[in-house]
Design a protein around this ligand. Structure first.
Ligand code: SF4
Length: 459
């Protein structure tokens, strides 16, 4: 998972992109970067860590003059977490200077890389994104045909923004796995992973970029919009609405907040009959589901955890040891809220189970009388190949254990997962009834051919 943003036709392009990245920080904390062009020669700045590490007054005002910019925040799924693999990737080729930012996972990357190596290509990074740049550099024709022909070779998940001089190109893979939206601010267009980044800049969300669409924007005008391919069915990642996207972002014409409230309502319906004194969320992604649960069930909503906001999100840390440390420092129960109470705790999902186990242990030590644990999605039983770092099957607790066994391991009084049909209903657009979502990690049915194993790093 990563966050991407691009702005064109704006004297403040660098400032807007950096502010937009701050509002996409929840999508990745490992590295941040920006490329700017339009006035001087194209320039790229990158850093490991948070967006705030990269941008200071000197960089934004003195070093980044230009009218078009793209930016990226990274969370590693398919290659090493390093400055070398931080994006944007900028190249100089026969078509001039180009930069690219990518959110997703190119599933046929290893096969394409082998083919390109045989033809003499040289790779500078270990990231799948570099593949696209190779194809662009080798293609002939006008800009739209170069991009379309290059994309046709790629399989998997990719929302991409390309910057070429003053031109911004937005691309979404034909399954539409990862979100990508179009917005406007004055006479400039913005493309971003989520609408929250556009609205934070006082811009206006215009629409989603459609699966398979390529949109070319220049001088405040949409120069061209067309499709490089179409899939039989849209397969947008349903986990975006469960966990990754920010609650104020719009997906399928409604906010993620509304979808999460609905998840909570459906959970409450599934758990009718369970009595409790309070319902409380695991912050932050369990918040709106717990609120929806409370409204539906009339069980009092309480914030039972204090979250330390100076510690990053546990799921998106690159290693287990860092994840464990993060969890320990991040959430502390409030004794007067939980002690002596029968509580319903709502979290978004269970992956390895270690975070949930620790939370339950700490709630018990704080004096909770009974704990009913509920998740606002079904058990994750299969890995994700489309840009989310769910581990391989052997590390997924729900792939190897029944609900009853997980309940025993966690030591809770009841354990409930939101049913998949209820999750789909909660996330679906009001106007359309068909299933527009990828649900592969919950049902093991993948919309595309997937690699035999999850590649973490190229050696
Ligand atoms: S497999 Fe799961 S996490 Fe991955 S894209 Fe599909 S729904 Fe999202």
């Amino acid at each position: 998972m990563c966050g991407i943003i691009g702005v064109e036709n704006n004297e403040n392009a660098a400032v807007l992109v950096s502010a937009g990245l701050l509002n996409l920080q929840h999508r990745g904390e490992e590295s941040a970067g920006i490329t700017i062009s339009g006035k001087e020669k194209m320039k790229t700045f990158k850093t490991m860590g948070l967006v705030s590490t990269l941008f200071n007054e000197d960089i934004l005002i003195n070093k980044l003059p230009g009218t078009a910019a793209i930016g990226h925040v990274r969370y590693t799924t398919s290659s090493k977490s390093s400055l070398l693999n931080a994006q944007p990737f900028q190249i100089s080729c026969i078509h001039g200077n180009l930069a690219v930012v990518h959110n997703g996972n190119i599933t046929n990357f290893h096969q394409l890389r082998k083919e390109l190596l045989k033809k003499g290509s040289i790779f500078n990074h270990t990231s799948d994104t570099e593949i696209l740049l190779h194809y662009i550099a080798m293609s002939k024709g006008n800009l739209s045909s170069i991009v379309a022909n290059s994309l046709k070779k790629l399989e998997g998940a990719f929302s991409i923004i390309i910057l070429k001089d003053k031109t911004l190109i937005g691309v979404r893979d034909k399954n539409g796995y990862r979100p990508l939206v179009l917005g406007k601010i004055g006479n400039s267009y913005i493309i971003a992973s989520e609408s929250c980044a556009i609205e934070a800049l006082s811009g206006k969300y215009v629409r989603d970029i459609a699966p398979g669409e390529i949109i070319i924007i220049e001088n405040g005008q949409i120069r061209k919009s067309f499709f490089y391919g179409k899939s039989k069915k849209q397969n947008t990642c349903i986990f975006e609405q469960v966990y990754f996207s920010r609650p104020d972002s719009v997906m399928f014409s409604k906010t993620v907040r509304k979808a999460r409230l609905k998840m909570g309502e459906y959970l409450a319906e599934q758990m009718r009959g369970i009595k409790a004194d309070i319902v409380m969320p695991v912050p932050n992604s369990g918040y709106f589901a717990a609120l929806g649960f409370s409204r539906y069930s009339n069980i009092i909503f309480e914030n039972g955890f204090i979250r330390n906001y100076y510690v990053g999100r546990s799921f998106i840390k690159p290693s287990q040891s860092l994840r464990d440390l993060t969890v320990k420092l991040k959430l502390l129960p409030i004794k007067e809220v939980v002690s002596g109470k029968e509580i319903i705790v709502i979290d978004d999902s269970i992956v390895r189970g270690t975070t949930s186990k620790r939370l339950i242990d700490v709630l018990k030590r704080t004096g909770a009388k009974k704990i009913h644990f509920a998740f606002s999605c079904p058990p994750i039983i299969s890995p994700c190949y489309y840009g989310i770092d769910t581990p391989s099957k052997e590390h997924l607790i729900a792939a190897n254990n029944s609900t009853e066994r997980i309940k025993k391991y966690l030591g809770v009084d009841s354990l409930t997962f939101l049913r998949l049909d209820n999750l789909i209903k909660a996330c679906a657009p009001e106007s359309r009834k068909e299933n527009l979502f990828c649900c592969s990690c919950f049902n093991g049915k993948y919309p595309t051919k997937v690699p035999k194993k999850i590649y973490k790093e190229i050696v």
